[in-house]
Design a binder for this molecule. Sequence first.
Ligand SMILES: [Zn+2]
Ligand SMILES: [Zn+2]
Length: 124
Amino acid sequence: MFFIGIFGIESKEKKIKELPNFFCKGCNKEETGQLIKTYNYFHIFFVPVLKWNENYYVLCNYCSTVYEIAKEKGKRLERGEGENITYWDLKEIKKTNGVRICKNCNSQVEDRFVYCPYCGNRLE
Ligand SMILES: [Zn+2]
Ligand SMILES: [Zn+2]
């Protein structure tokens, strides 16, 4: 059929920027990190036309702990409105060195991944 592969829904994980100094709860000191945004999008001819389900995360470069931050805060950081991430913004969602099982492909996946590295399934 003609329309197969022309449009669809994808989920994406995108690195927004480096964070030169944020206070990592896991390290208990300032570390460099990365601001990461995840979203689903609908595309036509591989051009994204609609985005939703945006979430922002901070990944510590040193200890690989992942924190969730508020969407509004993430948007302001993405636009570079000069805000810093504070201790209170970070909601720890994953402990390091843990292992979980991907429900989709049953692989053992390190806890720090938001998406399964084997099949791309979002890990709950
Ligand atoms: Zn850390
Ligand atoms: Zn998987």
